[in-house]
Design a protein. Structure first.
Length: 627
């Protein structure tokens, strides 16, 4: 009779693997499609934002089917952290790179030959011909099922992190014929995507581009004044939380790190000019949660996988929106709320032009990227909308609820039309031969040699806005540029020109239109961004129902276990998992498996240690909330 019963539908093996090893109940957008391309053996290019579950796309399929998955990763620290995380989740994985002693490399090779690995992380150099005699032959003999190239934007000549060794990965198609290739990146414009496909030789790839929006991030842009004071105010909004502070130059890094430490904010510097051992110690201290703040140049980059960074602050503008997206995206990788603050000045773009000229990098493409970044910094509109539209995506909402503009942190200026006419008049009085600095100095009535030598103190617009702070006045000029009433002329030393629309406004012509100008006020404590996303991430966007004291106890336990096991704390559990644990307060292994991010391996170890801590806390704490 049993034969007459209808057969049960086959289980979803990918969903089972996700739950068993990672403790996730569902897929984030495009994850299933990316995994399907790998399982079908079809080449693919996957662009998912930081925090969008990109790594899972090439990790989970390795557990299904025969053969080895090879992952090309750019940084040794990134490889080790990802492999530590995989092993902690019960996934047979390893890495090979130049940092390992010969005995360890031999052990990895033995596991490889013995068929005991599903995932192998390697450097681009090792696959591109510098991995020692017979390495690619060894892989071919073992049987490579697919190749995943992480941080694939590095292969593109238009990418913002050009690496010659990545360019040589185009030979993989010849070395491994019949093996599917898959590129993964968090940041790529259409032009970069097309270049990646060409350079990797992807054949009829499935191109999957997720949303570039990061709804858990609150974006704020300020004109730089007293940078050290502005930085301190941001840090004070995040007591006890992790943050990265980016500076343009090494000198700024050293100076700011010292000033913060002297003011009682423990901060470590990081830049390429430091001794390698010191740089590594500082990075390890940050990743190990022994220090909460790092002040760095962009050298502090792709190897930073700490998911609980609650703020990223730029003390100067990056050189492109691609850089800004990548660097600010290091905040809130765990999907929880975080703040991104940009302090900028027109001088930043002069500095970048000088640095790029010195490195022989200031071509038309670099100038265009700088101009895009300057427009973003100077514009007064929704920051989320501006970012995603730059990357070619339509923004579906009128208000993000998660930036200075949409949170109402900018105030409208009285009589904006009159203010605009004063600025435009000054540009004309200067015969449209001067840049923003001189225009601002004339309007403020500054006594400088340049003003005296050119007799600009005799102009009718001299001192017309003498009570206006310089940063605020530069902001008005940038808004007029953004509205098309002013324009820049010249690349190297751009001067301000009044456009036809600006002349119409001066002449009060019909159709010149009404408009507003805004200035920034000191922000209040950041409001939390509204949760927007799929049901798979519905749990972790707030502190609602979380026992804060228990969360702190669990975090301390995590730190202790990480030190014992010599892994970063986030390899044990992410903050999102600890929050859910402190919300649900599980009392058994079965209950622990209902916590976000806990699979079977972690429920077995270190799960019991956390159950003990929860039980001990419950003996003297408030009654557990219902779930």
């Amino acid at each position: 009779m049993n034969e007459d019963r209808p057969r049960a539908e086959p289980a979803d093996p990918l969903a089972e693997a996700l739950k068993r090893h990672w403790g996730f109940d569902g897929f984030l957008p495009l994850q299933r499609e990316a995994m399907a391309a790998i399982r079908e053996g079809r080449d693919s290019l996957v662009v998912l934002p930081t925090g969008g579950g990109k790594s899972l796309c090439f990790q989970a399929p390795a557990l299904l089917g025969e053969g080895l998955a090879v992952v090309v990763s750019p940084l040794i620290a990134l490889m080790k952290d990802q492999v530590d995380g995989l092993v902690a989740n019960g996934v047979p994985a390893a890495f090979l790179n130049s940092s390992q002693p010969p005995a360890e490399r031999r052990r990895v090779r033995e596991r490889l030959v013995g068929g005991h690995l599903r995932l192998l992380y390697v450097s681009p150099e090792r696959l591109a011909g510098e991995g020692g005699e017979g390495f690619t032959e060894l892989l071919a003999r073992v049987g490579v099922r697919y190749l995943a190239i992480d941080e694939a934007h590095c292969i593109s000549q238009w990418g913002h992190a050009f690496r010659p060794e990545y360019r040589r990965l185009g030979s993989l198609r010849e070395i491994f014929p019949g093996v599917s290739l898959h590129g993964f990146t968090a940041t790529a414009t259409r032009r970069v995507r097309e270049d990646i496909v060409e350079q990797l030789g992807l054949e009829r790839p499935r191109v999957l581009v997720g949303s570039f929006d990061r709804p858990n991030l609150v974006y704020r842009v300020f004109r730089r004044g007293d940078a050290a004071s502005q930085v301190r105010r941001v840090i004070e909004r995040h007591p006890g939380e992790a943050g990265i502070v980016y500076c343009i130059t090494r000198r700024e890094v050293e100076s700011l790190a010292s000033r913060l430490a002297a003011a009682g904010f423990p901060a470590l510097p990081y830049h390429a000019g430091m001794d390698a051992a010191e740089r590594s110690r500082n990075q390890d201290a940050f990743l190990g949660e022994r220090v909460g703040i790092v002040v760095a140049t962009v050298a502090f980059g792709m190897g930073i996988d700490r998911p609980d960074v609650r703020f990223v602050l730029h003390t100067g503008s990056p050189r492109s929106l691609e850089h800004y997206q990548q660097e600010s995206g290091r905040a809130g990788r765990d999907g929880l709320e975080a703040e991104c603050v940009l302090l900028y000045s027109a001088a930043d773009f002069v500095t970048w032009r000088r640095l790029l000229e010195r490195g022989d990098e200031l071509d038309d493409s670099a100038r265009r990227l700088l101009a895009d970044m300057q427009r973003f910094a100077g514009s007064i509109r929704c920051r989320h909308k501006a970012l995603v539209e730059y990357f070619g995506e339509e923004y579906p909402s009128r208000s993000c609820g998660a930036c200075d503009w949409c949170l109402g942190e900018l105030e409208r200026v009285a009589e904006p039309r009159v203010l605009a006419q004063k600025i435009l008049s000054c540009v004309l009085r200067l015969r449209e031969r001067w840049g923003m600095v001189q225009v601002v100095d004339v309007l403020r009535g500054r006594d400088t040699a340049k003003i005296r030598d050119n007799r600009h103190d005799e102009l009718s617009t001299f001192g017309l806005l003498d009570g206006t702070p310089a940063g605020e006045l530069r902001g008005y000029v940038e808004q007029l540029l953004d509205r098309g009433l002013l324009a820049h002329d010249g690349d190297r030393y751009p001067v301000l020109k009044v456009t036809e629309a600006g002349r119409d406004l001066l002449r009060e012509r019909e159709g010149s239109g009404d408009f507003d100008l805004y200035r920034q006020r000191r922000p209040k404590r950041p409001k939390r961004a509204p949760a927007r996303g799929g049901a798979a991430r519905e749990i972790v966007d707030s502190w609602e129902g979380v026992d804060r004291d228990l969360f702190d106890s669990l975090r301390e336990l995590r730190r202790k276990l990480a030190a014992e096991r010599e892994v970063p704390p986030y390899v044990i559990f992410h903050d999102s998992t600890l929050r859910d644990m402190a919300r649900k307060r599980p009392a058994s292994r079965e209950a622990l498996l209902t916590v976000y991010g806990i699979g079977e391996k972690k429920a077995a170890d270190p799960g019991p240690r956390f159950l003990e801590a929860i039980a001990a806390h419950g003996e003297g704490g408030p009654p557990a909330p219902t779930v």
